[in-house]
Design a protein around this ligand. Structure first.
Ligand SMILES: Nc1ncnc2c1ncn2[C@@H]1O[C@H](COP(=O)(O)OP(=O)(O)OP(=O)(O)O)[C@@H](O)[C@H]1O
Ligand SMILES: [Mg+2]
Length: 243
């Protein structure tokens, strides 16, 4: 039973459907800007971005190359710090936390797939996928990692090190690593960019399955109109601003 505010329990504040909407947004972005110093002075990468994503929503982030999509996704995950503005994830102001606090938050709630995969070179495929489980103290890490690699079609590449995997295989290991903890927030930067159509389709299927089964909120950066079309909503970013 959800714990609604007193006014709702008393029937004083129900909405039209009679169901109070007291959900905390999964993501609330306000006044987000990112500027960096460059040779010619200051470069504005993102300017005054505002949007909200509800729990279990699926959002596509699209825009031209260099428009700021990866920068925005990194900020949403607290992997980078903004020049101005706020990001609330499930109500938590992530930039009010220190680095360790943000790392702990990510470990608990977030899966992230980098455009450049970012696998650890000295760990093999299954060890890369086990890592986020082990960081949580999951006693079943190996079995879960092997099962997830099976789901992304890499059951026969468990002991391969990243340098012996193709680009598409590395991408699938990165996806398995992000999915394996079944995070409530899943951020992926061009998750099918290195995959053939059929493999890409099965990976997209897996992401939307997590969204349905676990109510995970998905934010996907993509250049693929078919993937964007499967998301509930699309946000277009153009030269660092919402279009
Ligand atoms: N740390 C940085 N210092 C200087 N410029 C940066 C930095 N990070 C990003 N940029 C610039 O900001 C712009 C946006 O980069 P970003 O990687 O977010 O683009 P993107 O939309 O993800 O592009 P793509 O579709 O090619 O991946 C680019 O012009 C990039 O060169
Ligand atoms: Mg990018």
């Amino acid at each position: 039973m959800r714990d609604y505010p007193e006014a709702y329990k008393n029937g004083l504040a129900n909405d039209a459907a009679g169901t109070p909407d007291v959900r905390t947004p999964a993501i609330a972005v306000s006044g987000l800007s990112k500027r960096v110093a460059d040779a010619s002075g200051e470069l504005t990468i993102l300017q005054n971005i505002d949007f909200t994503v509800q729990p279990a929503e699926t959002l596509a982030l699209v825009g031209a190359s260099g428009s700021g999509k990866s920068t925005l996704l990194g900020l949403l995950a607290g992997l980078d710090t903004p020049s101005e503005g706020k990001v609330l994830l499930d109500g938590t102001d992530i930039f009010a936390l220190d680095e360790d606090g943000r790392a702990a938050f990510r470990k608990a709630k977030l899966g992230f797939v980098f455009q450049s995969f970012q696998l650890l070179a000295h760990l093999n495929a299954v060890e890369n996928v086990m890592l986020p489980l082990e960081l949580r103290g999951d006693g079943d890490a190996r079995a879960k990692a092997e099962a997830m690699l099976g789901r992304v079609g890499l059951g026969s590449r468990l002991r391969h090190y990243p340098k012996y995997l193709s680009g598409g295989e590395q991408q699938r290991v990165a996806l398995a690593r992000a999915f394996v903890t079944e995070p409530p927030l899943l951020f992926a930067d061009e998750p099918t960019g290195s995959l053939d159509a059929a493999t890409g389709e099965s990976i997209i299927g897996l992401m939307f399955e997590l969204n349905r089964e676990r109510g995970s909120t998905l934010v996907l950066v993509t250049h693929d109109p078919a993937m964007a079309a499967r998301c509930g909503r699309t946000i277009t970013i153009s030269a660092g601003r919402l279009a």
